[in-house]
Write a protein that binds this ligand. Sequence first.
Ligand SMILES: Cc1cc2nc3c(=O)[nH]c(=O)nc-3n(C[C@H](O)[C@H](O)[C@H](O)COP(=O)(O)OP(=O)(O)OC[C@H]3O[C@@H](n4cnc5c(N)ncnc54)[C@H](O)[C@@H]3O)c2cc1C
Length: 401
Amino acid sequence: MRVCVLGAGVVGVTTAYLLTRAGHDVTVIEKAPGPAEGTSKANGAQLAYSYVEPFASPKTVKNLLNYFLGSDPGIKLGLTLKPSYWGWGLKFLNNCQSSKYQKNFDEHKSFAKLSRNTLSEIESEMPSGAIPRTGKGKLVIVEDKKSFHGLLASSRNSAEEAHVRPLNKAECIELAPTLGRNNRPIYGGVYCDTDEALDTQTYCSVLLSTNIRNRKPNLRFNEEFQSLILDQGRVSGIKTDNGTFEFDAVIACLGGDLNSVLRDYIKPLPIYPVQGYSVTLPATVDAPVCSITDLKHKFVIANLGEKIRIAGFMDTNLSPTRSEERAKELLETARRLWPGIADYNAEPNFWIGQRPMTPGGLPIIQESKTPGLYINAGHGSMGYTFAAGSAARIVELIGSV
Ligand SMILES: Cc1cc2nc3c(=O)[nH]c(=O)nc-3n(C[C@H](O)[C@H](O)[C@H](O)COP(=O)(O)OP(=O)(O)OC[C@H]3O[C@@H](n4cnc5c(N)ncnc54)[C@H](O)[C@@H]3O)c2cc1C
């Protein structure tokens, strides 16, 4: 089949890879000059299968007032009159109910398993080390006993359960010695030795340059999708700013742009932008090799080789000026809590990204009401980790040649 993948973020690139592997003739259309220039660009860089708890939970409801009042340092929920926000918010609250949360969490865990297995399969056909890793292992730290027990419970039945082990404070400091250099409270953490980190742009470049069973997807950057061409209601091609082209199927991997780009073809899907930030700095010799999740302060740290990426916070509806301040707050929080892991005096490379969040946290992967148009979007905080599983689901829907 001639398949068009719209969008070359981590989701589009991985989808294009697996569809090519399944024998389809794949073309990727991306408006940016290269892959991973949208939300995928400077994210937390973590392939983290061991800890995939959805944000919509009973715990989140208890803290909502703090998030709205701005008293939680990691989450600031600004208000807006936009109906899409309120519609999404009601669905989000519905997903916070205990039974829904548990169901979503179980699905997150099976999605993580599928993703982990699919990426392993992809790599088994490549020369060893073709997709390099700069960070190995992941440590999630917490400051109190209650959070520690919550964390242990969350890791149960995870994709990597066999590799997850609880650590006391001294063991956390052994893995990340700078933790012992300030007197912040640490209760303990969990460590998973199979989680990994790698810059998403490197990941995408490797996938796009690999020969996949002697084929490669056709890449068209700097080209913007404009509309579908339909034949008796079925997709028969697309129109871009470069012309019209025939395709048998179109897979929309448009992240947070999905609803606006496809407004003429689909009913708006519940995907809301939840803003996050990152700052990338030169690494020091004290940089931890493993990734870190600092659960209370809601940010992650990833080792990217010569650089360290600090990414996190979850905000909605902030002004551009407040957003810039928040990126700086992330840097200052990391400087205070994680001294010495990065050269904090170097010029910081700030980035602001929008997580395309669904209310329950799982991506939307389906054929739309327009035959031949498929959706693979709404990956929220987990798009890099879940990209391989999502691509596998699309191949299941479309079939192999
Ligand atoms: C601060 C932060 C940290 C994060 N950390 C992690 C992490 O550590 N691990 C993890 O798993 N996930 C993480 N995420 C989430 C992850 O980054 C996202 O879920 C993921 O990038 C979404 O990928 P995507 O391909 O769906 O969207 P995008 O990367 O946004 O790709 C969509 C693409 O569509 C293109 N496009 C839009 N309109 C058109 C058009 N008309 N024509 C052609 N192309 C078009 C855009 O240019 C874009 O490249 C993080 C997110 C943030 C914000």
